[in-house]
Design a protein around this ligand. Structure first.
Ligand code: GLU
Length: 368
C-alpha cells in the first residue's frame, strides 16, 4: 500500500543479501532484484539504491575475514570491493536495460548543508538522465570519527535529502519482533510503528550477521530520521528472490510511519542530523521562549557540552537533560562559554567583537 502510492523510493541492500554465509556471491538474487527495480521504473517511480557489500566482497576477493579487519586495511579492501560490487550491479541491471550510476558519499556530504544540497541536485540530474543511482559510503577515505559505518543511517539521510516517500531496508530479518524470534517462539512481527518509545528501543536486538555492520539498533536510528523527515520506512526480509514484489504481495514487514511534518526542507535537514556536535543546557525561561517560536539567547544558556564550531549541529536540552530542540549554532562552544548567562547587549564586550545576538536563530532551529 505505502509502496504502491510512493513516487520516490530508496532501497537499501544489506551485505548478507549479496554474499551468503559460504561467501558465495548471490548473482541470481541480484538479477531477480533488478527485475523488481525495472517494475518500479515502469510505474514511473524514481529509485535510489543504497548498497553495502564493498568490504564483504573485497574480503572475499582477498580471502580475508571481515572480523578484526583494521580500519586502514578495510579502506583498501573497500576500494578493491567497490569496483567488484559495481560490476555485479552493472551485469545484472544491464540485462534488464537499467542504467546505473555510482554515488559514494561521506558523512560530511550529508551533514554539511551545502554538500547535502549538492548531493540532492546530483540525484535529481541522474533521475532526469534516466539513471538509477547506486549509493555506498566512501569507505576508502572515511575514518572512525567521520564515518557512518553502517548503511542503514546513511540510507535514511539519503532518503531525507532526496525527499523520498519511502525507504526500504532490506536485510535478513522480517522486521522488528515483540521479542527475539531466534530464542522465543511467541515473538510476533510488529507490522506498524508510529512511535519509537522505550519499549521499541528495548526490543531492538543488537544482533548482527557476519557481513553487515548494522543490526537492529542502526535500523531504529534510521527510522527516527525518517519519521522526522516525513518518510515512511520499512524493515523487510530481502533474502528471497524478488523481495520488492514480495512486500507488495504479503506486506510481511515492519513499517515505521512518519510523524506528520510540515517542516520545510531545510528544517527537515536540521532535525535529522546524524551527528550533532554538542549540547546546550537551557533554563525554563529559554525553554518556554523556544516553545513560542523565539530564538535562543545567551541569557538562557546554563551549560555547554562538547566542542563545536559556528554553524555546527547542536542539541538543545532542558535542565532535566530532555532534548527540546535541534539547531545550528551561530557561535562556537568556546564563545558560548564566555557569553552564556549574559544579556545579548553584553556580547560585544565579552567577546571583543561585534556578532549576532541570537545563539541559535529561530530560522536555524526546530523545536521537538
Ligand atoms: N559501506 C560498507 C560496505 O560497503 C557497509 C556498511 C554496512 O554494512 O552497513 O562494505
Amino acid at each position: 500500500m505505502y509502496l504502491k502510492n510512493s513516487k520516490k523510493i530508496v532501497i537499501k541492500i544489506g551485505s548478507s543479501l549479496l554474499i551468503d554465509n559460504k561467501k558465495n556471491i548471490r548473482s541470481k538474487w541480484l538479477f531477480e532484484f533488478s527485475k523488481d527495480i525495472k517494475n518500479l521504473l515502469k510505474q514511473n517511480k524514481k529509485v535510489i539504491i543504497v548498497t553495502s557489500g564493498a568490504i564483504a566482497i573485497g574480503c572475499k576477493k582477498l580471502n580475508l575475514s571481515k572480523k578484526n579487519l583494521k580500519l586502514e586495511k578495510s579502506q583498501a579492501v573497500a576500494s578493491i570491493g567497490q569496483i567488484e560490487l559495481m560490476n555485479l550491479f552493472n551485469k545484472s541491471f544491464n540485462k534488464n536495460k537499467i542504467n546505473i550510476s555510482q554515488v559514494l558519499l561521506t558523512l560530511d556530504d550529508t551533514e554539511q548543508r551545502r554538500r547535502a544540497l549538492n548531493a540532492k541536485r546530483t540525484f535529481d540530474n541522474l533521475f532526469d538522465l534516466g539513471f538509477v543511482p547506486i549509493v555506498n559510503e566512501n569507505d576508502t577515505t572515511a575514518t572512525t570519527e567521520i564515518k557512518y559505518g553502517d548503511n542503514d543511517r546513511l540510507a535514511s539521510r539519503v532518503a531525507q535529502i532526496s525527499s523520498a516517500d519511502i525507504l526500504i531496508l532490506l536485510s535478513d530479518v522480517d522486521g522488528l519482533y515483540t521479542k527475539n524470534p531466534k530464542i522465543d517462539k511467541s515473538a510476533e512481527l510488529i507490522k506498524e510503528i508510529r512511535n519509537i518509545d522505550k519499549n521499541i528501543e528495548h526490543i531492538s536486538t543488537k544482533s548482527t550477521g557476519e557481513h553487515g555492520t548494522g543490526g537492529m539498533k542502526t535500523k531504529i536510528d534510521a527510522a527516527k530520521v525518517c519519521q522526522l523527515s516525513g518518510c515512511t520506512m520499512a524493515i523487510a526480509n530481502g533474502l528471497s528472490l524478488r523481495p520488492i514484489q514480495k512486500i507488495l504481495k504479503d506486506n510481511n514487514c515492519t513499517w515505521f510511519l512518519p510523524k506528520v511534518s510540515k517542516l520545510d526542507a531545510r528544517k527537515k535537514w536540521i532535525i535529522s542530523s546524524i551527528s550533532p556536535k554538542g549540547e546546550l543546557v537551557i533554563d525554563d525561561g529559554a525553554k518556554s521562549a523556544l516553545k513560542k517560536g523565539k530564538s535562543l539567547l545567551a541569557a538562557g544558556i546554563r551549560k555547554v557540552i562538547g566542542k563545536f564550531n559556528k554553524g555546527d549541529h547542536i542539541k538543545i536540552i532542558d535542565k532535566n537533560y530532555k532534548e527540546c530542540a535541534r539547531g545550528l549554532s551561530s557561535f562556537s562552544s568556546f564563545e558560548i562559554m564566555k557569553i552564556m548567562g549574559h544579556h545579548s547587549n553584553e556580547i560585544e564586550n565579552l567577546l571583543g567583537y561585534i556578532s549576532k545576538s541570537e545563539v541559535v536563530h529561530k530560522d536555524d532551529m526546530v523545536e521537538l
